[in-house]
Structures are given as C-alpha cells and as structure tokens.
Unconditional design. Structure first.
Length: 658
C-alpha cells in the first residue's frame, strides 16, 4: 500500500464529494493538485516568454487538463473498477503531449505524415476527448463529433456535391493530431493562451476579495435608491462579470447575498432570481474580461483583443442600461423599500479600506490600452495581485491558498477545454472535407440573398446551438459555418461575428436550458421556468442589440465620430423606452395605449434605414419617435408627480434593510 504523507495534500485541497477513501483519495487529490499546478506553470511560462511551439504547447496543455479532468470525474464513481478505468484513461491522456514534444522535429521533417504508433495514440486521444466531453459537457457535442468523424470516414458513400473521396485513419491522424488544424487547432490555442490565463486571474482576484469590493461598491452606489438591492444585484454582478466571464459562476457568487436581500425589501422570489440571472449574464459581453468566445473572435478575425473589447463596450453598456432601467421601474411599480445598510458611507469605506484590490484590474485596462498583448498583460496583473495581496491579513494567500487557486481554475475551465477539443475535431473535419464552405452556401440559398431572413436564420441557429453546446463551442461552429455567409452578404466581419456571439450567449437565460436562471431559482426558491421567462423580459436587450449592429454599426465603433455618437444615443434611448413599455410604469402605472405608443416610439428611434438612404430619411423617423416618446413619457411623469405629491405613504413606510 502506498502511503502519502498527510501534509502532502492539505484538507482544503482534497477533492470534494470523493467516493475514494483513505490512501486512494489522498493519491487522487495529490495527482489532481500536481496536474493543476504544473498546467498553471506551463500556461504562465508560455504566455510570458512565448518560446514554446504552438503544437507542443497546446498538446502539453490539453494532456494536463484532460488527465486532471478525468481524475475529477473519477472521484464521483463508487465502483473501484470504474475509478481504475478512469485512472488508466487519465494516464492515456498524459501521453500525446510529451510524445509530440519528443517527435516534433521528426514530425516537421516528415511533413506531418503519420505512422502506425501515431495512429494508436490518436485513437487514444479521440477516446479521451469523447469520454471527457460526455461526462463534463454532455451528449450533444459527443454526437456532433461522432457525426463529423463518420462523415470524414464514409464520405465516399454520400452521393452528390456533399460527398467526398473519404479519409482513412492515417489522414485523420495527420490532420486532427499532428497539425494545428484539429484537436490542437486555433480553439485549443485560445484556451491555453487566453481562457485559462484569464480564468486564473479572475479566480485569484475573487480569492483575495475583489468580488466583495464590487458588491460593496454596488450597494454604496444604489443602496439608498428605492429597490436598491435589485440595482445592487445588477451592478455588482455586472462588475463581477468583468473578472469572471461565467454567468452561472456569477449567480452562485453574488446571488447568495443579493437574492435574499432583494426578497427582504419586497421583490418576489421569481423577480429576484430573474434580476440576478440577467445581471450575471452581462459579464460575458462586457469588457475588459469577456467570455471565452471573445478571445476566439479576436484570433479568428486576426485583430488585437483590445479592438474586440472596445467594439463590445457600447453594446455591453446598452444591456446594462436596459437592465438597470427595468429594475428601477419594477421597484417603483412595486413600491419597494430601500437598503438602509448601503449608501455613500459603505462606498467610501469600500474604496478607502479595500479599494487597492481593484489595482490589478485597473492595471489590466491600462496595459491593454498601452498596447500590451492580453497574455502578457494578464501575467503582469497576476504579479500586481501578488504584490498587493500581503497588504492586509484578510487578503493574504499562503502557498496552499495559491495552489487552491490553481485547482479552482482547473475545475472552472474543464468544460471549456473539453468543448474546444471537440470543436477542434469538428472544425478540422469541416476544413478537410470542404463541408464548411458548402454549408455556408446552403445558408445563403435558404436566405434567398435576403439579409434579414438570413439574420433570422442565423439567430435561430445560434440560439439552438447555444442550448446544446457551451458558448465557446457554439461560437466556433457558427464562426466557421455562418459568419462567412453574412460577410458575403456585405456585413463587416466584426458585425457578423458579434451577431452570432450574442445569440450564442442568450441560452444562459432562455428556456429550456437557462442555466443562469436555474441557478438563481435554486437560491431564490422560485420556479425555474418562470424565473427564466422573467429574466428574458429583463434582459431583452441581448436579443435586440445584435440586430442593431446591422442598422447602427456605430455601436461597434464603425464609422465617423458623429455616426458612433448618434448610434449610441439612439440605441440607448430606444432600449430604455422599450424597458419602460415592458415595465408598464413610469412615475405611475401606464395604460395599455401609453405602453403601445412608447413601444412604437422606440421602434421609430431604432428604425432600420438603408445606409444609402438620404440623410432626411435617417432623421425623420427617429425625430418623430423622439417627439412621441417625449410627449408620452413627459405626461406620465407629470401626472405621476401630481398624484404622488400629497403626503404619499409608502406601502412599507417603516421597512428597512440592515
């Protein structure tokens, strides 16, 4: 029996809910910890020095993550035989990376031709990918990979233009394992160069208390406003999203505090969960650290990540604006209490006592503006964090705490890395067989060269893929299959990619998947589907804004300064107006006719006008919409003040929240 010293695996580093006991559990935890720490070191070294060849770096990275993931999965099984099987599979996962590093120069000299031993390792690699994806992501992506492999193998049996000559195991091995076009393709490169690194940075900042500072800042800014806890949830989850691109992670991090607070001031369980879910999904679209798909977009478009972040800023803020307006109107409609524990005193204390914890994030923004690559900027921000960490006892992390950060990061990126490995297989087959271009042409045929019909089909395809796949995988497939078709119809590349990016994200709050809404419902105790429907109403901007990219490209910083400014102004006005129409309250309850007029005014402000149309055609409908909106909203606010003037008593006049 192998004995592992107790100090080798501190209690906080042991795998939770492990079915393995005794020495096996200690060895399992130790192996996972070592893999997490070694992978973190590899990523940081590769990001800062950049001296490791792409194929070697990506294969070593995936070997470490896949082996750790299989150990993480193995802990759940009670059967010793099943656990042993996963241990063997984890050992298999560790082989391809070191093997490719060992044969790399021979591989270059042979032109990537595969031998019998290469094919054996490739079969093992495919098995690892399929098992990992099945147990961490789910069946849809596994089936997609199997269909892609079957199409590559049996393509000669398919008649017509969608058939091909078929590819044997040798060719598939050369393409999908021995090159950077398959498992170790661009998606895996983004995972190792950006996703893991920024997930590490976000986890580290959360552990030293930056997330708590965000919550206190949000309460300080909004606590004394009516229904302030709802606004606090919107602002804090949005701020937290700037360092954590996961909607579900944001819900479980801030929701445990904000949802009970919202319920205490009068929000229903459904509305409280919906606000948290909608707010938490803002992090994936808001710079500086967006979801994993944003880094993929930068690589696919071949532009600096800073350019993607700048383009995403105005649309992300539009979403936050719509959500804040909706939450404030709901608080007024329900006549809710205030958060008496919030206010500027809390804001002052948060900034004075713990504001230094924001320095790494501020440093990240400054470095990106100065032209540093995202990878080097992230490494330097980690260094900033390590320098400020010891300033107070409450933020200090010892060696064990730092290793915990590595382990938490490993767990958080497992679904993404598994997804990009599977997506790499699918994309490699699409490129090898030429199916990608044919499917892009099929979309153009179905759309009949009509841009708006093609956009609707694209939105539907993005939404469906987003329901069954992680965001990064859904975006990757759409970027290969759909984006080229939109570009051929005249859309700028960044508009096409942002469009599918947004619609690939909406499944976080839209039924039947709605993972963020379901996570919030589990905290609030409300019905999950009702919470999801309410979250869609509050977060409608995520469904509307992508179409505004087409009619108002200035939102993505395309065009002159005047065009950009007017686009942002009109979009903000229209989105806020729709929020008012949906809420049905503006100083007082709105009649159905008033809500309809406000909605019509919003549509006029956001009206799609051809780019080649005369200036007057662009101005008239928007001006009419603004005038109509001003009249209806002005009358509502005026009558609301008149009605509320004489000694209005709050429904909960004495209710306060500590």
């Amino acid at each position: 029996m192998i004995r592992v010293p107790r100090f080798a695996v501190p209690d906080r580093l042991r795998l939770a809910d492990s079915a393995a006991k005794g020495g096996e559990a200690l060895v399992l935890s130790l192996a996972f910890t070592l893999l997490a720490a070694a992978t973190t070191g590899l990523v940081i070294y590769g990001a800062y020095f950049g001296t490791i060849t792409a194929l070697v770096l990506r294969s070593l990275f995936f070997s470490g993550v896949a082996a750790a993931g299989l150990l993480w999965v193995a802990r759940r099984f009670r059967s010793p035989a099943l656990r042993a099987l996963f241990y063997v599979l984890a050992a298999v996962a560790l082989v391809p990376g070191p093997y490719l590093q060992h044969i790399y120069f021979d591989l270059v000299m042979s032109g990537g031709m595969s031998g019998p031993f290469d094919r054996l390792i490739f079969v093992g690699l495919l098995l690892v990918v399929l098992v990992l994806v099945r147990l961490i992501v789910g069946w849809p992506l596994v089936l997609l990979v199997l269909v892609a492999l079957a199409y590559a193998w049996f393509g000669d049996a398919i008649p017509g233009k969608y058939g091909h000559g078929g590819y044997d195991l040798a060719r598939l091995t050369s393409t999908l394992m021995l090159s950077t076009e398959g498992v170790y393709g661009l998606p895996m490169g983004v995972a190792v160069e950006y996703i893991f690194l920024f997930a590490l940075l976000g986890t580290f900042l959360m552990r030293i208390g930056t997330g708590e500072v965000f919550v206190d800042i949000a309460r300080g800014l909004t606590g004394r406003v009516q229904g302030g806890p709802g606004l606090s949830a919107a602002v804090s989850s949005t701020l937290l999203g700037t360092i954590n691109g996961s909607a579900v992670a944001n819900v479980v991090t801030t929701g445990t505090f904000t949802i009970p607070l919202m319920k205490r001031v009068g929000y229903s369980a459904v509305l409280a969960g919906a606000i948290e879910a909608a707010a938490s999904s803002a992090g994936q679209i808001l710079p500086p650290i967006m979801g994993a798909a944003a880094f993929l977009m930068a690589e696919i478009l071949g532009v600096p990540y800073g350019q993607i972040a700048v383009a995403a800023l105005a649309p992300g803020l539009l979403y936050v604006l719509a959500l804040i307006v909706a939450v404030r109107l709901e608080a007024g409609r329900l006549d809710l209490a205030r958060d008496e524990g919030g206010g500027f005193g809390l804001l002052r204390d948060a900034l004075v006592k713990r504001g230094y914890l924001l320095l790494p994030l501020i440093g990240l923004i400054v470095l990106l503006v100065l032209g540093y690559t995202p990878t080097r900027a992230a490494v330097l921000c980690l260094v900033f964090g390590l320098l400020i960490m010891p300033w107070r006892r409450s933020t200090r992390l010892g060696p064990t705490g730092l290793v915990e950060v590595c382990c938490e990061t490993m767990v958080s990126v497992l679904p993404i890395v598994a997804a990009v490995a599977a997506a790499g297989v699918v994309i490699g087959v699409l490129n090898l067989t030429g199916m990608g271009l044919m499917l892009s042409g099929l979309i153009l045929e179905l759309g009949g060269q009509n841009l708006w019909l093609t956009l609707l089909l694209t939105a539907l395809a993005s939404f469906v893929l987003g329901m069954g796949l992680p965001t990064s995988a859904a975006y990757l497939l759409l970027a290969v299959l759909v984006a080229p078709a939109l570009v051929r119809m005249g859309l700028p590349a960044i508009v096409a990619h942002m469009f599918i990016f947004y619609y690939g994200l909406v499944s976080a709050i839209t039924p039947p998947v709605a993972l963020a809404a379901y996570a919030a419902a589990s905290i609030s105790g409300a019905d999950a589907n009702r919470t999801a429907v309410e979250a869609v109403r509050l977060g409608f901007a995520k469904l509307l804004v992508p179409f505004l990219f087409v009619t108002m490209p200035g939102l993505l910083m395309i065009g002159s300064g005047l065009e950009i400014g007017l686009s942002i102004l009109f979009a903000a006005t229209g989105v806020a107006a729709i929020s008012v129409a949906f809420a049905g309250w503006c100083g007082r309850p709105l009649a159905a006719s008033e809500r309809i007029l406000i909605f019509v005014a919003a549509l006029l402000v956001l009206a799609p006008v051809p780019v080649a149309a005369p200036v007057l055609a662009n101005v008239l409908p928007r001006a009419a919409g603004l005038v109509l909106l001003g009249i209806v909203v002005g009358r509502a606010l005026g009558s609301g003040r008149e009605r509320n003037r004489p000694n209005r008593m709050s429904r909960n006049p004495k209710k306060k929240v500590a």
